[in-house]
Design a binder for this molecule. Sequence first.
Ligand code: THG
Length: 268
Amino acid sequence: MSILIVGELINTSRKAIKPAVENKDAEAIKKVAKDQDEAGAHYIDVNCGTQVFNEEETMKWLVDTVQEATKKPLCIDSPNPKAIEVGLENHKNGQPMINSITDEKERYETILPLVLKYKAKVIALCMDDTGMPETADDRIKVVDSLVPKLLDAGVPADDIYLDPLVKPVSTGDTAGLEVLDTVKYIKEKYPEVHCTCGMSNISYGLPNRKVLNWVFMIQTMTVGMDSYIFNPLDKNLMGLLYASQATLGMDQFCMQYLTAHRNGLYEE
Ligand code: THG
């Protein structure tokens, strides 16, 4: 199995996206969708969480607009279950992905029915009503609560993507290690379930962010992370991903690596 790539760029927290969404500049959004599709993203994340006063309407417009530019399925990313539902209602191509469910009681109870109704893939954040996790143990507690519940509810293991929640290493020396230890535990105990993360959080607040992101991708891949929410337009990142897939036995006959090479990914 190879890595599932979720393109993160359609997010109104980004300076380039917020005005495009507010002005309903469909061409600008479609270009970012198409570029990520062509760069190899399997899912296109759509997040308009900054638009708190009209998030649902904005989500419908975003989902419609992105689907005019790509046939790739979407990762519907919102803190607001109503906005997620609007995204799912308007989703057309393939299996949608919900970003995200958590083990917070209310969140779990509102999102689970959507996962089942839309037969969606779901990102499950390692977080519950006690708040954001600090240690690997905090995350593992949530994993051991959430995974059996989701499986019992009928969500296929292959549709579950656990997100350990990556914190900046600038805020604590062990931030990377806590994630690595969590992924090792998940792969040992629930080998059929997937792991994903928003990788760029690791480098927040530090210089040369890209280098930290690249290193952390390879380190997490090595322990079994098999999906990322990241910028697929970063050619260095994509080049390292295909190379790392090949050396980790995730790329039969090195086909994806060779295809990337043939497409010029490693030039310059
Ligand atoms: N886990 C899950 N979902 C997530 C995250 C996660 N969704 C949102 C986020 N984290 C991942 N998506 C992004 C999207 C854009 C950027 C980072 C993460 C980004 N950030 C620049 C920065 O922080 O400097 C902003 C620069 C700009 O304005 O363009 O681009 O962890 N499940």
